[in-house]
Design a binder for this molecule. Structure first.
Ligand code: NAP
Length: 304
């Protein structure tokens, strides 16, 4: 299949584009920053230059593809407008053409604090402020499913592996300040997933006949944030030290994003397992922390 991925130079999108290419699909990736096209070429992904601000520039390339994947995000005040613009262009590239599929990246934070009992895709949404517009974006994507055009919303947990994304801050703070920094008391649990397992789910979802569904993407690890941070701190040579930042103080410094880091979540992904035969191959952050630290450091050296 021909595949078009937005955000193909990003943390999730680069793994997703590479997974499609590895699976033998002719894969195209949107690049906005000159120089980053080399990352795609190394993974046998064809770069298409453009931005979410100007989807007309890349829509023709997307129109030639039957799998349309949205992984781009810009963390600015334009963020949700850009999501809508990019998704609208992908919808126009896909709908009214039988056999096309759109995969849109959402996230488990839309469920809010779930407590310790596992929830699935049927749970009510309770998004914190930082992701408040996300449910409406997801609902729009699902409403486009039909007439031979399949749309799916994928909700990853906090993604780890390689450059690390959210988990990178534990390594970074442990390396710089001598303690892995955690927002809140750290007794909460994040729903998590390794990015290579996540990327494999996108490929399976595209290759399936599934449409009009939300798919959670999480592993079965149930470590607390403190346990993850201790493992990160040990891996980074900070003797397992962890520093707790009160949520209000973190919000003052980082904005509403910080409240998401203090959520306690248990999110089930059995729909992806049972309907798509998805297998999580990675066993969780804690055991892998030493090699995840090495991978994070190597990724920093590469981009320096
Ligand atoms: N990371 C996680 O743990 C996690 C968990 C759940 C859900 N998610 C969701 O997954 C999605 C992807 O997250 P991520 O962590 O992969 O983000 P990321 O690493 O920040 O990647 C963002 C990508 O979007 C591109 N981009 C940014 N602004 C753009 C613009 N104006 N036009 C075109 N491209 C633009 C970036 O290009 P450059 O390389 O040029 O900057 C990059 O390729 C987001 O919606 C996020 O909320 C992430």
């Amino acid at each position: 299949m021909k595949v078009f991925v937005t955000g193909a130079t990003g943390f999730i999108g680069s793994a997703v584009a590479a997974a499609f290419a590895r699976a033998g699909h002719e894969t195209y990736g949107l690049v906005r920053t000159p120089g980053k096209e080399r990352l795609l070429e190394a993974a046998e992904v064809v770069p298409v230059f453009g931005t979410m601000e100007e989807p007309d520039g890349w829509r023709p390339a997307a129109e030639r593809c039957s799998v349309l994947v949205h992984c781009a995000v810009e963390y600015s005040e334009k963020s949700w407008d850009l999501h809508r613009a990019a998704l609208g262009a992908l919808r126009d590239a896909g709908r009214d053409r039988i056999g096309r599929v759109l995969l849109s990246t959402s996230g488990v934070w839309v469920y809010g604090d779930t407590g310790d009992g596992a929830i699935d895709e049927s749970a009510p949404l309770d998004p914190p402020t930082f992701v408040a517009p996300r449910p409406a974006v997801d609902a729009a994507v699902l409403s486009w499913n039909g007439g031979g055009f399949r749309t799916l919303v994928i909700r990853p947990g906090c993604v780890y592996g390689g450059p690390g994304s959210l988990t990178a801050s534990w390594f970074e703070s442990a390396g710089k300040g001598g303690a892995a920094r955690v927002v809140g008391d750290g007794t909460n649990r994040w729903a998590m997933v390794h990015r290579d397992d996540l990327a494999e789910l996108y490929v399976r979802a595209a290759e399936s006949g599934l449409g009009g569904e939300v798919l959670n993407a999480t592993d079965r690890s149930r470590a607390t944030v403190n346990e993850c941070a201790v493992a990160a701190s040990l891996a980074a040579g900070a003797d397992g030290r962890v520093e707790h930042v009160p949520v209000e103080q973190a919000v003052a410094a980082m904005g509403p994003f910080a409240t998401c880091l203090a959520l306690n979540q248990h999110v089930d992904s059995w729909k992806a397992v049972h309907r798509l035969g998805w297998t999580v191959r990675h066993g969780g952050f804690v055991d892998a922390a030493p090699r995840l630290y090495a991978s994070w450091k190597a990724a920093r050296t590469e981009t320096a």
